[in-house]
Ligand binder design. Structure first.
Ligand code: PGA
Length: 254
């Protein structure tokens, strides 16, 4: 749940860096950089194979928490290439990114995200559900697209569970392009997301949802996007695999 209005910054390493040694060094540098930072919940979501080494560097400290980039709904069984929630829990993973556009382009749908949301909530972890349009149009049809993503991805989620969910608004045109959405654009979408949530859920539950922005966030634009976009934090891709950049973003949010 949103704790005392603490902003949330999640680093999505995607399929980076290239080796375990580099992953360990990156984690160590981030941990060092975050030592004097307070009041921001920081999450690192490395590739599955690095979870153990990132967890080892974390070694019970509160500096950052662990996230995963996807999960399977079943606890175990014949699912080649998949990773289960209990496996993630053995590395104290607390957050699971779901429905990232890079996975949606590989066949992930609102229906499959919905199943994963329920499984993740049931296991007591926090789903980070990515939504966002591919392009914008003058008639604002992209808002209908976002509404459908929310309604279908959260179908069956109760008021009581809603507060555990994180929504990451990531317009696809802003991901990895160096062209972030403007503070005005993201604030407008945040209000729209809140409107959809309050159509479905009660206001108190809706206000507990962390609404993040993702898409070309850097240490240079983070402060402005945070202050004028009035977001609850960021989901960071490219800039999260540089300790200096990532720590800079966390400090800007603080
Ligand atoms: P980016 O990626 O920060 O590299 O634009 C964001 C994301 O895909 O989560």
């Amino acid at each position: 749940m949103k704790t005392a209005n603490h902003p949330l910054v999640i680093g999505n390493w995607k399929m980076n860096p290239q080796s375990m040694t580099m992953a360990t060094r990156l984690t160590t540098d981030i941990k060092k950089g975050l030592q004097k930072v307070d009041g921001v919940e920081v999450v690192i979501a490395p590739p599955f194979v690095y979870l153990e080494s990132v967890h080892r560097v974390q070694s019970g400290s509160d500096t950052f928490k662990l996230g995963a980039q996807n999960v399977h709904t079943e606890k175990l069984g014949a699912h080649t290439g998949e990773i289960s929630l209990p496996m993630l829990q053995s590395f104290d993973v607390r957050y699971v990114i779901l429905g990232h556009s890079e996975r949606r382009s590989d066949g992930e749908t609102n229906a499959s995200v919905n199943k994963k949301v329920h499984a993740t909530l049931k296991a007591g972890l926090r789903p980070v559900v990515c939504i966002g349009e591919a392009t914008r149009d003058h008639e604002a049809h992209y808002l209908n697209f976002i509404e459908t993503q929310i309604r279908e991805s959260f179908a069956g989620v109760t008021n009581a569970k809603l507060g555990h969910i994180v929504i990451a608004y990531e317009p696809i045109w802003a991901i990895g392009t160096g062209h972030n959405a403007s503070a005005e654009d993201i604030h407008e979408v945040k209000l729209f997301i809140l409107k959809i949530l309050t159509d479905i859920y009660d206001r108190a539950a809706s206000n507990r949802v962390h609404i993040l922005y993702g898409g070309s966030v850097t240490s240079r634009n983070a402060k402005e996007l945070m202050e004028r976009g009035l977001m609850d934090g960021f989901l960071v891709g490219g800039a999260s695999i540089s300790a200096t950049e990532f720590v800079g973003i966390v400090k800007a949010v603080q």
